[in-house]
Ligand binder design. Structure first.
Ligand code: MF3
Ligand code: CO
Ligand code: CO
Length: 264
């Protein structure tokens, strides 16, 4: 068990998979409106990944997950199952988490969407979750200890009296959906992993408005906050470069002019 270092050839394939995953978040955007069923959003993503991208929706049948993307609304933290009975309403906040496989490599990314008119609370929560991901990305470079990134995310989020979910973490990614290392979004005792050029992993903090406790629904997948407060998550797939990192799932609605970041 060890961290797989990606070759330039591997990274080139991961760029393609990453771009496809981020494109799905882009094409689904106009469909996220009050009244839409989350099963319809899943269907559109599914068709696009298979018919247009000629790629594989990685979540479909992953450990028995029944749909192609995860759609998590309001107090659902992650792993929401798209369904005919889940209809989006004005003011909802929605995470769509897309993972595709192309040419043997995975790309994994998620973001929050606002349905109709966003509330001030919803906006604040999403903004802080997104900024916690961005500050983490800006720390990624060879030589840094992984735990310092988790510590920084946690400190940032807690400064706003929000909390970080502990049960789920980012992960190494490549020819596997989830590989080593685990990327924790909070401070931990494991301080031994030092980042190296060619490591590829996700960062995907889940930020709750209330406390960090979770409960898993009887469907075995849906994870909700215990206190029913809302939760937000953003995720990118990254690779460590010689001077920083490259965001493999960057979208054009984000505040980076290049996917290649110099973090010196
Ligand atoms: N995409 C999620 C992640 O970021 C994993 C979803 S697994 C599923 O790791 F089975 F729920 F789809
Ligand atoms: Co992930
Ligand atoms: Co994901």
């Amino acid at each position: 068990m060890s961290i797989i270092i990606k070759s330039e050839k591997d990274i080139q394939k991961m760029r393609i998979a990453g771009k496809l995953a981020s494109d799905v978040l882009k094409i689904i955007t106009p469909y996220i409106i009050p009244g839409v069923k989350t099963s319809k959003l899943d269907y559109i993503c599914h068709k696009y990944i298979i018919d247009v991208q000629k790629a594989i929706p990685a979540c479909f049948n992953y450990k028995g997950f029944p749909k192609s993307v995860c759609i998590s609304v309001n107090d659902v933290i992650c792993h929401g199952i798209p369904s005919d009975s889940k209809i989006l309403r004005d003011g909802d906040i929605v995470n769509i988490d897309v993972t595709v496989i192309k040419d043997g490599f995975y790309g994994d990314t998620s973001k929050m969407f606002f349905v109709g008119n966003s509330t001030i609370q919803g906006k604040k929560l999403c903004q802080i979750a997104q900024n916690s991901l961005y500050l983490a990305i800006l720390m990624v470079k060879p030589g840094i200890r992984l735990y310092t990134i988790g510590k920084a995310i946690q400190e940032f989020v807690e400064k706003y009296n929000l909390s970080i979910v502990r049960e789920y973490c980012g992960h190494g990614i490549g020819r596997n959906f989830h590989e080593e290392p685990q990327v924790l979004h909070y401070e931990s005792e494991d301080r031994n992993i030092i980042l190296q050029e060619g490591m590829a992993f996700t960062i995907e903090p889940m930020v709750n408005f209330g406390d960090s406790n979770i409960r898993i629904m009887s469907d075995g997948w849906t994870v909700k906050t215990k206190d029913r407060s809302w939760s937000a998550q953003y995720e990118h797939t990254l690779v460590v470069t010689n001077k920083g990192c490259e965001i493999l799932t960057l979208r054009d609605d984000e505040p980076f002019s290049s996917s290649v970041l110099i973090n010196e």
